[in-house]
Design a protein around this ligand. Sequence first.
Ligand code: C2E
Ligand code: MG
Ligand code: MG
Ligand code: MG
Length: 287
Amino acid sequence: DLGRNRFCYFSEDLERQLFKRHELITLLRTAIDTDAINVYYQAKVDLKTLKIVGAEALARLTSPTGKVISPLDFIPLAEETGLIHELGEQILTKSCIAAKQWYEDGYELQIAINIAAKQFTNPHFCASVANILELSQLRSDLLELEVTESALMHDFDEALTILNTLSALGLTIAIDDFGTGYSSLSYLKFFPVNTLKIDQSFVKDMLCDEQSLDIVRAVIHLAKSLKLKLVAEGIEDDDQLEKLKSLQCELGQGYLFSKPLPLDEFEQLLRQQAITGNKQEIDNTGH
Ligand code: C2E
Ligand code: MG
Ligand code: MG
Ligand code: MG
């Protein structure tokens, strides 16, 4: 009967999911053990000059068949299984070493690294960041950690202590996906936050949806009055760029400038820009 069939269908589906989940955990474990986690870098640009002023590190996992697995699939799993701590350390280490190398090569770029909620509240996290700064010899103000509002709101006092410790190391803190999380803004008064990153959903919709535009405008004003840096995420076309510039938004990221690129391709982009110094030469045909 119908009820029974539905149950069977559900059960098979669940089994398939569990299998996939198990496979993914094994893949993640192996990638961590063999140092096979890839870090891609996406340019952060000054919207006025289109100069690259920083990069965001974005983790990539490749399956044995060569398929690239999205962090949206493996980061939550890494958090659930506790693998996030080792994974996060590897990403931090690789990214800080890369940024130090760029600095040595004459490119003073700030590297921004995403920190998962569970990683952030690990009691060893701050010491681990300090160690990685020491090991990589990266100037600490060239490191920015991106956290989401929900990571901070879980335990306000704990978050405040952690952020103050991190901030004392000389690095900066960005709130990622700003506008999609917690609804109270008062935490911005208490936390040592340097940067807001407007979520890409608002940028995506702002030219066809008045409310999204209002939110973008409000976040830009908020950042200005609190003297925070502001980054618009997900800029894909010239109209969005022009609109953001007219609203005095200073920094941005998006496919219009460059997709996230493997290290060697990102460095090629830096060299190209150093030679030509203009937008036409920014390659947006990457991965
Ligand atoms: P996020 O930190 O908000 O990163 C921005 C995401 O938007 C990235 O997706 C990036 O590739 C994508 N993106 C950038 N420009 C554009 C654009 O113009 N259009 C569109 N449609 N998308 C754009 P990605 O790399 O798939 O990462 C997804 C999320 O996974 C990140 O969101 C971040 O929350 C998380 N993540 C990625 N790498 C790491 C990591 O190393 N550690 C942790 N904890 N989380 C990570
Ligand atoms: Mg981010
Ligand atoms: Mg974001
Ligand atoms: Mg996100």
